[in-house]
Write a protein that binds this ligand. Structure first.
Ligand SMILES: Nc1ncnc2c1ncn2[C@@H]1O[C@H](COP(=O)(O)OP(=O)(O)OP(=O)(O)O)[C@@H](O)[C@H]1O
Length: 252
């Protein structure tokens, strides 16, 4: 569903992402974790075609994001950490607008179901200014899900949600993966990543420092093989300054 080969992103002299290679299969949830400034948002923006890559290749359902941007973007949804909404469109008008952009058939039924799923059923006529931070986040997610994306890219998806909202969102994300979507989720909430993600890509300084299931990453770290060290323990160990305990750099 997603193929990333030797992805590089530079901003002037800053090398934000260096040599990332990985794939995500249908139904798979990949967690993207790393310290502040590691390159997670830059990576997600390149995958979504929002930022041009400096070199390397990103393909979504076989469509190169640089050469077939419309086909690639039709198949994906990018949900940023800060919801970006239109000040003068109501909740319902947002969904109508997105439906027209993506040519979604029978969008009203889908929109109603999504608003119920996001607990926004009574907010159809509200403008963004009348919504709480968490409600804006849920509207942004509902808009992202409306065209049934096959690849869902999420940057800190649970920011601003209350505990019930977090639980519902986890269920929503799991449901999309079970229905065959591929998900890439960046978060500093390591227990969430551990719970939701099938595989984890740890990046530091723009480079991949570990890629695999939690058990696979543990198995590469001396003293942790066969144990049950949490992702947090592993994260601290392999991303701490001066760490020499990194697993072998992942090939893909
Ligand atoms: N527009 C930009 N111009 C110049 N440098 C940038 C720009 N955006 C990001 N960077 C730099 O690229 C590097 C990676 O930033 P990025 O936002 O991708 O990291 P991140 O892993 O998402 O961090 P955080 O966890 O703090 O959100 C950092 O060194 C950052 O300063």
């Amino acid at each position: 569903m997603l193929e990333v080969v030797s992805l590089e992103k530079t901003y002037g002299a800053v090398k934000a992402v260096q040599g990332l290679t990985f794939q995500v299969a249908p139904g798979e949830v990949l967690g993207l974790v790393g310290p502040n400034g590691a390159g997670k948002t830059s990576t997600l923006r390149c995958l979504a075609g929002i930022l041009p890559v400096s070199s390397g290749k990103v393909a979504v359902v076989g469509h190169d994001v640089a050469h077939e941007p419309v086909k690639a973007k039709q198949a994906l949804a990018f949900l940023p950490d800060e919801p970006r909404l239109f000040e003068y469109l109501t909740v319902w008008e947002h969904l109508n607008f997105v439906a027209r952009l993506y040519g979604v058939e029978q969008w009203e039924d889908k929109a109603r179901a999504l608003l119920a799923e996001m607990e926004l059923g009574n907010k159809e006529k509200a403008l963004p200014g009348e919504l709480s931070r968490g409600m804006k986040q849920k509207l942004s997610i509902a808009c992202g899900f409306l065209h049934d994306p096959r690849l869902i890219l999420l940057d800190e998806p649970l920011t601003g949600l209350d505990p019930i909202g977090i639980r519902r969102m986890k269920a929503s994300l799991r449901k999309r993966a079970e229905q065959g979507a591929a998900l890439v989720l960046s978060s500093h909430l390591l227990p969430l990543v551990e719970e939701l993600c099938h595989r984890i890509l740890v990046i530091s300084g723009g480079r991949a420092v570990a890629l695999g299931t939690l058990a696979e990453i543990r198995a590469q770290l001396s003293g942790l093989e066969g144990g049950n060290a949490s992702l947090e323990e592993i994260f601290v160990r392999i991303t701490s300054a001066g760490s020499e305990e990194r697993p072998e750099p992942p090939a893909s």
